[in-house]
Design a protein around this ligand. Structure first.
Ligand code: DON
Length: 307
């Protein structure tokens, strides 16, 4: 049903919007991206991947990593412990906002997709050292994508580590209120490496498929994450995956999805397919403008909305 030539046509159509977007440059290394890049991959339950655009380009996960780290800590620590430190409600605020931390009591982040909540989640990744915790996350990512060669970009991690003053301030706020209790520099080291894990949109689509299939790899039959964990992650993708654009995204596209400021989008169409997109031209809310246009075309053509 999904054909390469049709995907190629959609990519060309969506690319026209690149000039209205802007690459993220608050992480200096991301500023080098070409706003005209656009690629997409769709992975179906038979393991087939259909892709279009320049699919050799790699994208760093950035905020897409938040959904994967959440799945890992839910598996390691269970729902009760995780939701003691982070909430379940959308904020309607930008991803890096600090405002609601002070307004809502107790002072825990409202959800795991905003930066404050993601930092609390990364804090919960188990292990004796940053290296051990990062390797545990990386192994999980490799397993989800079925690709043991996935690694991270030291350049992008370092670039964010050197400039992440706002995220550091969120960490100190969380530490003051007892949500986290580790050294802030160590947490930033782990978090910036997590965000810099990089892969192609084919890999992203394969990960999307695992979420789409309720945590099970349909090819091997392995249940990589419990059904409940996959369900929680997909619910957060719908309610908070595109931050303060989640409502409009749900109406226009209607697919559980998570964006990153690198221009990546990971989407999971329940029971049907995983989708990976890389389009670094962002809108003002930090979501891929061309990627969302592409998803809109896809959703309308193939009736992919879950609603
Ligand atoms: O923490 C940050 O600001 C980045 N590493 C990730 C933010 C992000 O991807 C927001 N997404 N659209």
């Amino acid at each position: 049903m999904y054909t390469k030539s049709e995907l190629e046509r959609f990519v060309e159509q969506a690319k026209k919007y690149a000039r209205y977007g802007k690459v993220a440059d608050y992480i200096p290394a991301l500023g080098k991206a070409d706003p005209n890049d656009l690629s997409i991959a769709i992975c179906t339950p038979d393991g087939n991947v259909i892709d279009a655009g320049d699919t050799t380009h790699k994208v760093t996960l950035q905020s897409i990593s938040k959904i994967i780290a959440l799945a890992l800590v839910l598996m390691e620590r269970g729902e009760q412990e995780v939701f003691r430190k982070v909430g379940m409600e959308p904020t309607g605020d930008p991803f890096n906002s600090i405002a609601k931390l002070e307004e809502v009591q107790p002072a825990k982040p409202l959800n795991p997709m905003i930066n404050a909540g993601a930092l609390a989640v990364t804090h919960m990744i188990a292990g004796a050292s940053v290296e051990e915790r990062f390797q545990r996350l990386l192994q999980f990512v490799r397993k989800l994508a079925g690709n043991p060669t996935i690694t991270y970009s030291p350049e992008v991690a370092q670039s964010e580590f050197e400039t992440a003053f706002l995220n550091r301030s969120l960490c100190y706020f969380l530490k003051q209120h007892g949500i986290i209790n580790e050294d802030v520099e160590e947490l930033m080291d782990l978090y910036t490496k997590q965000c810099a894990i990089e892969m192609t949109c084919d890999d992203l689509a394969r990960i999307g498929l695992i979420f789409a299939m309720d945590g099970r790899n349909p090819l091997t039959g392995e249940q990589i994450m419990p059904l409940d964990v996959a369900r929680i992650c997909k619910t957060f993708m719908v309610t908070c995956g595109m931050y303060n654009a989640s409502g409009e995204f749900a109406i226009k596209i209607g697919i559980p999805a998570k964006s990153g400021v690198s221009g990546g989008i990971l989407a999971a169409v329940p029971g049907r397919c995983g989708i990976g997109i890389f389009g670094p031209a962002l809108d003002e809310k930090g979501n891929s403008l061309t990627g969302m246009k592409l998803l809109e075309l896809l959703s309308k053509t193939y009736s992919l909305s879950i609603f």
